[in-house]
Design a protein around this ligand. Structure first.
Ligand code: ADP
Length: 478
């Protein structure tokens, strides 16, 4: 039986003013799992008014009290990890282990930012003996958070935790395919004592609801995670309104293996790097750059390991039929470019209406970096393997991409690893690991992968702005 999922506004459920609902089917099984509120700009207005009304009280709480609430929410997320994982699985069809990991990561965001509520700090500036000058950072007020469908709860927590810790109130919009967990998160926040209006969620289509959030006059900063095309659209809107926007967009990240690396470990991690969550991760390592003398051996090992992975049990489905078709189109494009996959290249789905959207792990060998399949972000478990000769070649190929989100380097030569890390155009670089990037590690892109940073202490800079106060000191009469 499907469930009706309403907005969460002002500490209460809110029915969509459209009286319209979007059906959500589990993409693994085809089962109808939820009727999701189809929001409108007028629903966004309700949420923004609530957030605006709550902002003064939230900002004026002692930071330690905000931190306490964030910690209680983290504990509640842990307590309800099975329930939250169930919601994530219903919407996305992903394997339970993955969903549980995501829930744990979400709790960690609230805990981490709970511990940082007294940051960021200001300074006192020694300008003039007759003045006391200091800076401090203030919340923006109402922050808009727009998130995608690949790691729904995690992405919501990643942005909402620092925004709330810094004293902002939030209007969040999850992707229409994966609405349930973000609504439950906001409900839990209310249940553990967050004041009404501090954490609001509006559901619905991106162009209708997402854009209305960015356009709303109460919204003073937006954190967006999603596609380049939508990021560009929102960039224009934010420019018109002169509000700050952080963009975490796509990637086509290079994972570079030199011949002196631990090849077994590099192969295992390369497989994890392109298959996790079925490749539906912006930081997936989807271009494997391998030094020529170990190229055949390493690609063979990667194929052997990836060939043991089952798309349905281990990886999970593509999130929607649209995404599934998009991956299949990439296979056609690769074929048109003269490529035959050395592994996969097939769907693994059964033909369930609205579901069964599985894709086998797929590897293309002898790919030229200029090919479409090496340049386009696919968002499926698809790897292209490219040979290189020298360190200079590796860096040139890695950087020959419109994207620059993350990069991997495998070498036992520390000097080389650090040299290459310095040359890679990406916001995070992993050496001898394909890191999952802990909460503490600032994350964000270069080039079309976006700007601004999520995670780490640095994220707080994006959820606050700086004020400088200059006080003239009256001198005593002598
Ligand atoms: P993806 O290709 O990963 O689905 P999108 O950029 O389409 O990425 O979606 C990411 C998020 O942005 C989702 O919450 C979606 O609803 C929202 N969105 C889509 N289009 C717009 C838009 N024009 N304005 C604001 N948000 C949008």
């Amino acid at each position: 039986m499907s469930l009706r999922v309403q907005h969460w506004v002002g500490g209460k459920p809110l029915a969509p003013s459209s009286a319209d609902w979007l059906q959500r089917h589990n993409p693994a099984t085809g089962e109808l799992v939820a009727d999701v509120a189809r929001g409108t700009p007028s629903d966004v207005d309700r949420a923004a008014e609530e957030a605006e009304g709550a902002k003064r009280g939230w900002r004026r709480l002692r930071p330690a009290e905000r931190g306490r609430l964030l910690n209680v929410l983290a504990a509640e997320i842990r307590e309800r990890h099975e329930e939250l994982a169930d919601l994530e699985i219903a919407d996305s069809g992903k394997p339970r282990g993955l969903a549980l990991g995501e829930v744990e990561g979400s709790a960690a965001y609230f805990e981490y930012y709970a511990s940082l509520v007294n940051l960021p700090l200001g300074d006192t500036l020694d300008v003039d003996p007759d003045q006391h000058v200091f800076t401090h950072r203030e919340p923006y007020g109402v922050v808009g958070v727009i998130t995608p469908w690949n790691l729904p709860l995690n992405q919501a927590a990643r942005a909402c935790a620092p925004a709330l810790a810094a004293g902002n109130t939030v209007v969040a919009k999850p992707a229409e395919a994966t609405s349930q967990s973000t609504v439950r998160l906001a409900q839990l926040a209310t249940e553990v004592g967050f004041p009404d209006g501090v954490f609001n969620v509006v559901l619905g289509n991106g162009a209708e609801v997402g854009e209305a959030i960015v356009r709303h006059p109460h919204v003073r900063k937006v954190a967006f995670t999603g596609s380049v095309a939508v990021g560009q659209t929102l960039g224009h809107v934010a420019a018109d309104r002169i509000i700050p926007l952080s963009l975490e967009l796509g990637g086509k990240s290079a994972n570079i293996v030199f011949s002196d690396a631990d090849l077994d470990l590099a192969a295992r991690e390369a497989v994890r790097g392109f298959t996790a969550n079925s490749g539906q991760v912006c930081s997936a390592g989807t271009r494997l750059l391998v030094q020529r003398d170990i190229y055949d051996e390493l690609v063979d090992t990667v194929c052997e390991l990836a060939g043991k992975i089952s798309a349905d049990n281990d990886l999970g489905p593509m999130i929607t039929e649209n995404q599934y078709q998009q991956v299949k189109r990439c296979f056609d494009e690769a074929r048109d470019e003269g490529l035959t996959p050395v592994l996969g290249g097939r769907t693994a789905g059964t033909d369930i209406p609205h579901g069964g959207y599985f894709i086998e792990p797929t590897v293309y060998k002898d790919v030229d970096n200029s090919m479409h399949i090496a340049q386009k972000e696919i968002f499926g478990p698809v790897l292209v393997a490219i040979a290189f000769d020298t360190e200079t070649d590796a860096v040139r190929i890695a950087n020959d991409s419109q994207y620059g989100l993350v990069g991997g380097i495998w070498s036992r030569d520390v000097s080389r690893a650090l040299r290459v890390a310095g040359e890679i155009e990406a916001g995070q670089v992993f050496v001898n690991t394909w890191s999952t990037g802990a909460v503490e590690t600032p994350f964000g892109g270069h080039k079309h992968s976006g700007y601004g940073r999520e995670k780490g202490i640095e994220a707080l800079d994006h959820y606050t702005h700086l004020k400088c106060v200059i006080v003239a000191l009256e001198q005593p009469q002598r």
